[in-house]
Design a binder for this molecule. Sequence first.
Ligand code: TXD
Length: 319
Amino acid sequence: MARKKIALVGAGMIGGTLAHLAAMKEMGDIVLFDIAEGMPSGKALDLAQAGPVEGYDAKLKGTSDYADIAGADVVIVTAGVPRKAGMSRDDLLGINLKVMQAVGAGIKAHAPNAFVICITNPLDAMVWALREYSGLPHNMVVGMAGVLDSARFRHFLADEFDVSVEDVTAFVLGGHGDTMVPVIEYSTVAGIPVPDLIKMGWSTQEKIDAIVQRTRSGGGEIVQLLGNGSAFYAPATSAIAMAESYLKDKKRLLPCAAHLTGQYGVDDLYVGVPVVIGAGGVERVAEIALNDEAKANFQTSVDAVKELLVACKAIDGNL
Ligand code: TXD
């Protein structure tokens, strides 16, 4: 059986890391697309030369021609500009919306059957715009944010409880921003919900509340520390988990920005919810019961995403 083909549109900090991870895991042949002259080809050649050392077989190609993504099984989109210190994700909207228009046209023309994972910020708006511009089925276009946000939450919880990250699960709903909703009732250590762990004296409500807040501002914390650019190792690792669930039909239940058609009382919007990802793309939306506080926070998140879409439509009247 021929190898799968993975197209990375945007070969910057996340794109290059995506390529390295996909090659190391032998997920398929890899095309790095970017408008930066030469850079994608340089990274492709460098990664190809790492192959003999690690023992991975993958054809790697750099390009600035959308024709080279033809027939891709998975397209992961990071094209655009990242935040600089002091910028909000929403500040990127005007620039990155135009980028999504070009990327959407490229995917529509050359990889209409791909499973598309959008990473570009502001994520909840960019994934919606990318779907509009590409015209792909809604279940084949998804945004990566919740896997990253829940990974940050899981890291902080594992640190607090001093347990293996393997046994920590976390639930984060809503938009990829300050309004995201970490749901502690559904977050566990080996199935023991966090509220029970607090009762068992493993932590305190105050410490967990501080961890929830640190998760919400997790992206900004790294932007401030790096000074130039934003996180890229954990975002790339998160998107690869989603791509793997599609390519191997793993049917993982993962928090992703997915298109809702009435679930959670939301219609025709992309927002972070738990979904099953398999060979059919987004196969199912898990509609969990939320307590009043989580419901209110989720609604705040939905309202914030709606405002971003209003801004998108104000820029491009065709949306
Ligand atoms: O959880 C999440 N979704 C976020 C997303 C986590 C971290 C970063 N987040 C966003 O991903 C970030 O705010 C950016 O919007 C994207 C990509 O972040 P990255 O750190 O990879 O940015 P880089 O290194 O600047 O890479 C972007 C590349 C760069 O090489 C540009 O030349 C290229 O995008 N670019 C384009 N490629 C194709 N087509 C167009 N028009 C284009 N414009 C820029």
